[in-house]
Every structure is written in structure tokens, then in C-alpha cells.
Design a protein around this ligand. Sequence first.
Ligand code: HEM
Ligand code: HEM
Length: 184
Amino acid sequence: MESRIELLDSKARYGAISRLLHWAMALAFAWIYSSTGAHYLLADSALDKFLWPTHKQVGVLLMVLLLVRVLWSLLNRHRRPPSLNLAATLGHGMLYAAMFAIPFLGLLRQYGSGRAFSAFGLPLMSGFEGPKVQWMTELGNSFHSLLGWTLLVLIAGHVAALILHCVKGQGHVLRRMAGRTTSA
Ligand code: HEM
Ligand code: HEM
């Protein structure tokens, strides 16, 4: 019997594109948190010197992937697997809010600093002469790293909730994002 990969979401499971976006971003988050972890705990170590220069670039990549993911989830909104409960809806909502706010604040602070900024060789900000834009740099200074660490706690909660579902015999929740994507 012929089987084909399901690109779109369905009520039973997330399709290949949603999964690609979810797992690619999870990988990029693992990278960016390794960079912040090394910067925080092992400042000036070889690991810090290797990872920290990639922080802003990976942050920009995460912002771009998030925008694609939001667009894709809107296009699929009538055929996605239903939310398990209110806690899951709120939890996923908070993940999305933090995934947007953190790189946005990083970029806002970068712009406000007046320094030119490129990512992956693409010039994103040309910089400007004169004083910094105080409110932009202050917002970034106050909230970027605070929200960054908060998101790490939310991710731990997300994974813990999934483990709990699996322990309670609701392994289908994991399979919606990680099981097979082919249909007969
Ligand atoms: C989703 C993407 C991002 C996450 C999860 C994230 C997370 C974090 C965290 C947790 C810290 C604190 C590190 C510490 O305490 O030593 C931090 C610091 C920093 N981030 Fe990000 N970041 C992201 C994107 C960006 C972007 C796009 C930029 C700039 C273009 C940026 C620029 C910085 C800078 C300059 C610092 C050091 C100053 C500070 O501690 O606030 N980040 N980031
Ligand atoms: C080992 C790490 C991870 C595992 C095992 C995992 C697993 C899953 C599973 C099984 C689902 C489907 C839940 C359902 O159908 O109700 C899901 C959904 C979701 N996950 Fe994760 N996840 C991980 C990391 C992350 C990270 C790092 C983020 C973002 C910071 C994230 C954000 C989301 C969001 C927003 C959803 C809702 C579906 C969507 O809109 O894409 N996950 N995850």
C-alpha cells in the first residue's frame, strides 16, 4: 500500500512542516541556551568564546523561524490537533509570547544602541550617530535576560508536562509531534 508524508496538520497529529519548525526551533533553543549558560557560568572560557559570538545570530534565526511558524499555525488553525486542556492552551500561549518578546527586545536594544548590526552577512541595521535611544536600551536591559531565563523555566515545564502525560498512559500526545507523519 502506498504511503505519503502529510505536510499539513490534521486533527490526529501535527504535519511534517509544523514538526520541522517545532524541532528545528527546539534545536536552536538548545544552542542559544548553551551560549547563555556558558556566558553566565563559564565567562571567558573557550566554550564561552566559541558560543557567545553566535548568540545574536541564532536569536535572529529564531525570530525568523517564529514568524514562519506563527503564519503556518494560522493557516492550519482549523485542522490542528485539539488542545488537551486550558493549562496546555495557556502554556503554549506563554511559550509563543516569550519566543516573540525575547528576540524582539534583543533587537530593539541593538537598534537603540546606534551600532550597526548584521546577521549571517546580511546588514539588518545601519546604525546611527549621536546618543543611544534610551527607552529602547533600557527596555532591553530590564527584560531581555529576565524573560530569557523565564522561557527556560517554561520549556522545562512544557517537557515535564509531557513526561507526566506519558507516565499517565497518554503517549498519544507525544506522538502528535513525534510519531509517524505518513498516512496509508
Ligand atoms: C529567542 C532568542 C533569544 C534568547 C532565548 C536569548 C536569551 C538570553 C539570555 C537568557 C541572556 C542572559 C545571559 C546571561 O545572563 O549571561 C541573554 C543575554 C543577551 N542577549 Fe539574548 N536571547 C535571544 C536573542 C537575542 C537577540 C536577537 C539579541 C540581539 C540581536 C540578543 C542579545 C543579547 C545580549 C547583548 C545579551 C547580554 C546582555 C544581557 O544580559 O541582557 N539576544 N539572552
Ligand atoms: C525536548 C524538548 C521538547 C519536547 C519533547 C516537546 C514536545 C512537544 C509535543 C509532544 C508537543 C505536542 C503537544 C500537544 O499536542 O498538545 C509540543 C507542542 C509544542 N511545543 Fe514542544 N517540545 C519540546 C521543546 C519545545 C521548545 C524548546 C519549545 C519552545 C520554546 C516548544 C514549544 C511548543 C509549542 C508552542 C507547542 C504547541 C504546538 C505548536 O504550536 O507548535 N517545545 N511539544
